[in-house]
Design a protein. Structure first.
Length: 365
C-alpha cells in the first residue's frame, strides 16, 4: 500500500543520506533545531482525520480509509493541495480536536530534535465554519503548555490570515485575537498566493504592528519575487516564508542578504507542489550560495511526505551536505526565530556541543 511505500522511500532516503559524510537519521533527529514554518492544520494525519470524522459524523469526499486518503495526496499546484487541506480541516470542531492535533505534532517534533517551534494556525479556516476563535486557542495552548512542561519544544503561535479572503475578514479576525494578544507571538499571511499580493492586506498588518505583533508572510512560492518586496516594504515582514523565487531578482537577493532577512524554506513541499521538479533541482543550494539565511522546515508534513527531520535528510542527500552544513542550517533556524537573545544563545550552544560530541573519527590513511 501507499503507506508502506512511503515508509520504504523514507528508509531509502535515510540510508542514502547516511552513506554521505556521516549524515544519518539518528544524527539529524538528535540535532537541536527550531522549526519556523509548519501549519498545525497541515499536520493532520489520515488516522486522526478519520477518527475525528467518525466522532463528529463528517463525510469525507476523498476517502474513508487511510490508504484512500494518502492516495488523494497528489497535487499539481498549491491550489490543488489547498482544496484537500481545507476539506480535511472540517473535522476540527472542538477544543479537544485542536489539542489532539497540536499534541501529536509536538510529540513528533520532539522526536525530530525540535527544541523550539513557531506554529502557524489559520483561525479563519475554522471561524468561517462556526468554530469559536477561543475554541481553537484553548486546544492549541493546552498542547503547547503540556509539551513545554514535559520537556518538549517551546511553542510560539503565529496567527495567519487567509489571503484568498478579504482584508475585512482579516481585520475581524485580528479583533477576535486581541484577548489572546500575549499568547500569539506574530501574525502571518498564507493560502492561495497567485492574485493575492501582500499589499491587499496593508491595513490589517499595520494594525497588527500597532498591537505589537511581529510579522511574517508567505511570498515568492508560486507568486513572483515582487511579492517578497511587497511583504518587506508594505507589511514590514521580519521573515519570508518560502521566498524561493527571490533568485529571479538579483537585487532583491542582495537586499535579503544585506538586511539578514531569513527564508523559511520547505523543500519536500516545494517538490510535492511542483514549485521545482525534483529535490536535486531545488533552489536551496543556490540560496545558500547567495549567502542568504536559509532555514529548513516541513510546511504541511502530513500531506507532503515528511516532517522536519525528513526535510533535512532529503537536502543532505540531494546536495551532499555534511554534518557541519546541517548544523549551520539548524543555527540559522535559531537565529531566525523570535526567541529572546539569551535563549537563542543557549540553543546555539546546544547545537555546537552536539556537533562536537558526534564528530566522526578521522579516516584512516
Amino acid at each position: 500500500n501507499r503507506a508502506s511505500m512511503s515508509q520504504q522511500q523514507q528508509q531509502r532516503r535515510e540510508a542514502s543520506a547516511g552513506a554521505r559524510n556521516g549524515v544519518t537519521a539518528a544524527f539529524v533527529r538528535g540535532l537541536p533545531k527550531a522549526e519556523l514554518h509548519v501549519h498545525v492544520e497541515g499536520t493532520l494525519e489520515p488516522e486522526l482525520l478519520l477518527s475525528l470524522a467518525r466522532k463528529h459524523g463528517v463525510a469525507l469526499r476523498h476517502g474513508s480509509t487511510v490508504e484512500q486518503l494518502r492516495a488523494a495526496y497528489r497535487f499539481d499546484c498549491l491550489q490543488s493541495f489547498l482544496d484537500l487541506y481545507y476539506a480535511g480541516a472540517a473535522v476540527l470542531r472542538d477544543a479537544d480536536d485542536f489539542y489532539q492535533l497540536a499534541a501529536a505534532y509536538l510529540k513528533r517534533a520532539r522526536d525530530d530534535g525540535v527544541a523550539h517551534v513557531e506554529l502557524f494556525f489559520d483561525p479563519q479556516t475554522h471561524t468561517e465554519r462556526g468554530v469559536e476563535f477561543g475554541t481553537v486557542m484553548e486546544g492549541l495552548l493546552r498542547a503547547a503548555d503540556e509539551a513545554a512542561s514535559d520537556g518538549g519544544a517551546t511553542c510560539y503561535l503565529i496567527m495567519c490570515f487567509l489571503r484568498h479572503l478579504s482584508e475585512e475578514s482579516a481585520l475581524a479576525t485580528l479583533q477576535q485575537a486581541l484577548p489572546y494578544k500575549d499568547k500569539i507571538s506574530a501574525v502571518g499571511l498564507d493560502s492561495s498566493e497567485r492574485g493575492n499580493p501582500p499589499s491587499k492586506f496593508a491595513r490589517v498588518f499595520a494594525r497588527a504592528r500597532q498591537e505589537g505583533w511581529q510579522v511574517v508572510a508567505h511570498a515568492g512560492e508560486e507568486g513572483p519575487a515582487s511579492y517578497i518586496t511587497e511583504a518587506l516594504d508594505v507589511l514590514h515582514a521580519r521573515r519570508i516564508d518560502h521566498g524561493v523565487r527571490v533568485l529571479e531578482d538579483a537585487a532583491l537577493c542582495r537586499r535579503l542578504r544585506d538586511e539578514h532577512v531569513p527564508l523559511t524554506v520547505c523543500p519536500l513541499s516545494n517538490v510535492k507542489l511542483c514549485v521545482c521538479p525534483t529535490m536535486e533541482q531545488h533552489m536551496l543550494r543556490r540560496l545558500i550560495d547567495e549567502g542568504l539565511c536559509v532555514t529548513v522546515n516541513s510546511d504541511d508534513p502530513a500531506y507532503f511526505g515528511g516532517y522536519v527531520a525528513d526535510n533535512y535528510l532529503a537536502v543532505a542527500h540531494a546536495f551532499h551536505l555534511s554534518r557541519d552544513d546541517l548544523a549551520s542550517l539548524a543555527i540559522n533556524s535559531v537565529d531566525a526565530s523570535f526567541l529572546p537573545d539569551t535563549e537563542k544563545e543557549a540553543l546555539r550552544t546546544r547545537i555546537n556541543r552536539y556537533l562536537a560530541a558526534t564528530q566522526l573519527p578521522p579516516s584512516p590513511n
